[in-house]
Design a protein. Structure first.
Length: 439
């Protein structure tokens, strides 16, 4: 197992689904199931779909490597029903030795690690714990693709598959160098931004608003979406957080609907958003342990965009509590027995209903693979887009490097190295390494 961990770390392989957890650190004793997340939790994203459609052999190769080095007896490739249909996959289908398909319902947020594990295996990850405590290791499809490439070609992670979608004529998936500027990608795809539209890194539910003029692709970039400002997806991200919190404290009618529909609550977690809203911020600042269950929230946004009849944002309140708890280095770590609630199966949010709620249904066009785009004159490779310590540069201003060269070593503790995604001349920036192509 240590040999595989070393390969993963040296290759800079990180969770490609968005969280950015260094993949080598997930390998541990005690697992009897490998679960591959190909569910594309968020609407409008087709990155995993395209990888499975065009590069399944490398995905299966990566999965097989994990099984061989860990002794885990089997793996499940979990995909939603609509993805399975598009790819011609059947539930229980054998893809390779010890690797099988698990078809999940078209529901949101089924790609959340906790929901995914329960839906695919029936195992509940206890609140505040990692999947390994339930005997499961979870990896993203692209993570396994990267491992397959690293194993066969000794190739570090220097490229990323990214969905470019939303309010554009032809949503697509491209493969670009890590550090490519979003504005440069748009130019190459002939995408022009106009007023009244916002760009997100990630999906319409949990994605973050970005400035495409300054933002670049990281190893965790799943998709770049362009959406109208008048959609619920964008409105919820541009609210005044302080006003939203103040309004929540005064306007909440304590109907409990946000709690009744909370996916983590329905899994039996002691998370009750309506009580989070009821707790005064001033009290939480004095006694932060009162809101410790806020750390169990996955940030799906159901409470905010669908559940609340008062138009307030329990999510904004909970995110504020999360920040407070992080500052106090507090996280949920209570024992006890937990089980999914009986009503869960009847309160899962249909995928199409969630798209309609966010106002993005008309933008959901199945994306295909555009191809690789390699002719970038500049990349800006971030040093801290993964969980753990930032990477430490091992190059200097003015150095000439080749694509694939090591440019930053792993920091102390949990960390990853970085490799050059194009050849060129180095400039050290603020928490990033800039490479300019030599013309």
């Amino acid at each position: 197992m240590q040999e595989l961990k070393n390969l993963m770390q040296q290759s800079g392989i990180v969770g490609a689904g968005g969280a950015g957890f260094p993949s080598y650190a997930k390998l541990a004793e005690g697992a009897d199931l490998l679960l591959i997340n190909g569910s594309e939790c968020e609407p409008l994203l087709y990155t995993d779909y395209v990888i499975l459609k065009n590069e399944l052999s490398f995905v299966l190769s990566g999965i097989s490597e994990v099984l061989a080095h860990t002794g885990i007896p089997r793996a499940l490739l979990a995909v939603k029903a609509h993805t399975a249909k598009n790819l011609g996959l059947e539930d229980g289908e054998r893809l390779a030795d010890k690797i099988f398909v698990r078809v999940l319902p078209d529901a949101y947020p089924i790609g959340d690690e906790v929901s995914l594990t329960y839906e695919a295996t029936g195992r509940l990850i206890k609140p505040g714990k990692l999947p390994i405590t339930a005997g499961v290791i979870v990896y993203n499809v692209e993570t396994m693709y990267n491992l397959g490439r690293a194993t066969k070609f000794n190739e570090p992670v220097t490229k990323k598959f990214v969905t470019i979608g939303g309010a554009i004529e032809n949503p697509t998936v491209v493969k670009v160098p890590i550090g490519a500027k979003i504005s440069d990608i748009f130019k190459k795809l002939n995408i022009k931004l106009t007023e009244g539209y916002t760009v997100l890194d990630g999906g319409p539910s949990m994605g973050k608003v970005i400035n495409p003029a300054t933002y670049s692709v990281a190893k965790t970039t799943k998709g770049i979406l362009i959406l109208p400002d008048d959609t619920e997806a964008i409105r919820s991200k541009k609210m005044n957080v302080k006003m939203a919190i103040a309004r929540a404290e005064t306007a909440c009618c304590q109907c409990t609907r946000c709690t009744d529909m909370c996916p983590r609550h329905l899994l039996g977690y002691p998370l009750e958003p309506h009580k989070m809203v009821r707790t005064a911020m001033g009290v939480a600042e004095v006694l932060p342990e009162m809101v410790i269950s806020a750390t169990l929230c996955c940030g799906c946004g159901i409470c905010e965009s669908l559940a609340c009849s008062q138009g307030i944002s329990p999510r904004a309140v909970i995110e504020n509590y999360k920040t407070l708890l992080a500052e106090n280095k507090l996280r949920f770590n209570q024992g006890g027995e937990y089980s999914a609630r009986e009503e869960r199966d009847y309160r899962m949010i249909p995928y199409k209903k969630w798209m309609s709620t966010l106002g993005v249904t008309k933008f959901d066009l199945v994306a295909d693979f555009y191809g690789e785009i390699n002719d970038f004159n500049r990349v800006e490779i971030p040093l801290s887009k993964h969980i753990g310590a930032p990477s430490v540069p091992c190059v200097s201003d003015g150095d000439t490097i080749n694509k694939g060269d090591l440019i930053a070593r792993a920091g102390n503790g949990l960390s990853l190295p970085q490799h050059a995604s194009i050849s060129g001349t180095v400039t050290l920036g603020n928490n990033k390494i800039i490479i300019d192509k030599i013309n």
